[in-house]
Write a protein that binds this ligand. Structure first.
Ligand SMILES: CC(C)(COP(=O)(O)OP(=O)(O)OC[C@H]1O[C@@H](n2cnc3c(N)ncnc32)[C@H](O)[C@@H]1OP(=O)(O)O)[C@@H](O)C(=O)NCCC(=O)NCCS
Length: 179
C-alpha cells in the first residue's frame, strides 16, 4: 500500500530564531553560494536561480529559512536553508532543498519540505515527485519520514559521478488541507 504525505496548512514548527519566507532576488547570491557548497558539481548556476525566480508564478514556489537574530543584530540576513517546488498539471516536483551543515538536525529540512508539500496540496496537486542520489541517506530518511516512497531508479543519473538516482513520490492527502 502506498503511503500518504501529511499536508500542513503552512509552515511547521521552526526552531526559535528561525524564519521561513519566500525567496527574493536579493537572496540569490547567498542561496547560490550555499547551493554550490552543498551540491558542488550538481549545483545550479546563479543564472539558473535568477531565471527560476524570474519565472516565479503559479508554476514555481521558492522559499528560504533565515536566522532572525542575525537579521536584527547584524542588520543582514543569514540564510541557512532553501527549497523550491515546480508545479504542473496535477503533479509537482521538489526541485531543490538544502540546509547549511551547521543548522542541520534541527527540523529545518522537514519544515522546508512541509511548506513545499503544503503549497502543493493547496494548489490541488495529487502527488509530489523528487529525485535523490542513492547514497544520500539523510535526504532519503527525511523524504521517507515525510511520506515519500521509492518508485524507480535511474542508473548513472548524476554526472560526472555516475551515481544512480532514486525517484520518490508522495501522494498528498488533500483532506488534511484546510478549506
Ligand atoms: C537532507 C537535508 C536537507 C536535511 O536537513 P535537516 O535540516 O538536517 O533535516 P531535519 O533536521 O529536518 O531532519 C528531519 C528528519 O530527516 C531525517 N534525517 C535528517 N538528517 C539525517 C541524517 N543525517 N541521518 C539520518 N536521518 C536524517 C531524520 O528522520 C530527521 O528527523 P529526526 O531529526 O527527528 O530524527 C540536509 O542534510 C541537507 O541539506 N543535505 C545536503 C543537501 C541535500 O542532500 N539535499 C537534498 C537533495 S535531494
Amino acid at each position: 500500500m502506498s503511503s500518504v504525505a501529511s499536508c500542513p496548512s503552512g509552515v511547521s514548527a521552526l526552531p526559535e530564531g528561525m524564519r521561513l519566507r519566500r525567496m527574493r532576488w536579493w537572496d540569490l547570491p547567498e542561496v547560490s553560494a550555499l547551493d554550490g557548497a552543498l551540491f558542488r558539481a550538481q549545483a545550479w548556476s546563479l543564472a539558473t536561480f535568477w531565471s527560476e525566480l524570474a519565472g516565479v508564478d503559479e508554476t514555481r514556489h521558492y522559499i528560504v529559512v533565515e536566522q532572525v537574530e542575525q537579521v536584527e543584530q547584524v542588520g543582514g540576513a543569514r540564510l541557512v536553508g532553501y527549497g523550491g517546488l515546480l508545479l504542473s498539471a496535477g503533479s509537482a516536483d521538489v526541485a531543490t532543498l538544502g540546509v547549511a551543515p551547521e543548522a542541520r538536525r534541527r527540523g529545518l529540512g522537514r519544515a522546508l519540505l512541509q511548506e513545499l508539500l503544503g503549497h502543493a496540496a493547496l494548489r490541488g496537486v495529487a502527488q509530489v515527485m523528487l529525485e535523490v542520489a542513492v547514497g544520500n541517506a539523510p535526504a532519503i530518511a527525511l523524504y521517507r519520514r515525510a511520506g515519500f516512497e521509492v518508485i524507480s531508479r535511474r542508473r548513472g543519473y548524476y554526472q560526472p559521478s555516475g551515481e544512480d538516482a532514486l525517484i520518490m513520490r508522495a501522494r498528498l492527502d488533500r483532506s488534511l488541507v484546510p478549506r
